[in-house]
Design a protein around this ligand. Sequence first.
Ligand SMILES: [Zn+2]
Length: 406
Amino acid sequence: MTTLIKARRLIDGKGGSLDNGAVLVDGDRIKALGTQDELAPPEGAEIIDGGGMTVMPGLVDAHVHLVNTGEAFSARDARTATSEEMMILAVKNAFLAIKTGVTTVRDLGGKGFITVSVRDSIDKGVIPGPRVVSCAAALTTTGGQSHYKSLEADTPDEMKKAVRYLIKGGADCIKIFGSGGNATPGSNPLASQYTLEEFRSATEEAHRMGKHVAAHVHPTTAIKLALEAGVDCLEHCSWLHPGGLGVDEAVLEEISAKGTFISLGFPASWYRVPLDDIQDVMDRAGREALLEPRYESIKRMFDSGAKVVASSDAGSTATRIDEFALLLEFLVNSLEVPAQKVITSATSLAAEAIGLGDAVGSLAPGKQADILLVDGDPSTDITALQRVATVMKAGKVVAGGGQVFI
Ligand SMILES: [Zn+2]
């Protein structure tokens, strides 16, 4: 089937845009794009006229947790949730993601192989949802960050074996909890959980098997170790140190030089949810003191030459998967990161970071037809991303007008 999508504005996801744009879709792929004058609809083509809207690539959220609720007590609830409950949550979250224009997610920590099954069920058309790049379960130390749902591994050999086990079970990538975090009592966000040798063992084995590695790293000590070990994607990259929070410029320069991705994994609990409503390990005063330095560090990372991906950590405290667009609004309207940069970071750059750069993330001939129509122009009003009118995935309209088509 051939479809021509027209809209007043076209954003390609790589920083380019056109007025009166059109995208020609053939089967599951994009065949051509151009202005409406250039691109005449072939005979028999279906025409989707977006009128004054914007046509753009589907959003890519490079850091989510499908098995978590994303409600205020998400972290606490996840500690006692059964696998069956997590499976149901994952199906619900997949539905919410596609409904709001998130056509691809990378899941960075479920339990067992739940998200692998969800991914496969979506691909088979059993349930609606985005494309899922799944790490299955993350690696953590015994009793470490998110140990209740992760795979505990404590030595280089255990890391290697865990990587093999996860890939055997269908994992697309490997996630390492490289430091403690705020969601797990007893873990330490200020300390690395692994040695260089341990990071390296998991990373080399994953690379040998053709899989990329993402590491959750809050403190600068863990950022440095993960970077040196050759990890592909630094999650959170919070630059914590015993005295507070601040970018280490020499390390940031090295991240840029190596081309390592930074994925913000920046949940709503850091910018949108009242501090009194947050229930996690860090106390209120401790969190409040870090807010401004964290915002400054994010601006600094976007300004540097590093490849920064705007990802949500959906599923963590008070961060719902269908509110990704609110994070993008915060980055543009509060932190003053240029809108096109934020859009690129949540489309083509995010796709590249999760290993799908050749398949999705931008409007280009040959790419999968994962396409949105949004009401407004997000390059001048980022809130347009909260008004997704039509969602196409692999050339099929899968959601629109607040409905998901099953
Ligand atoms: Zn996370």
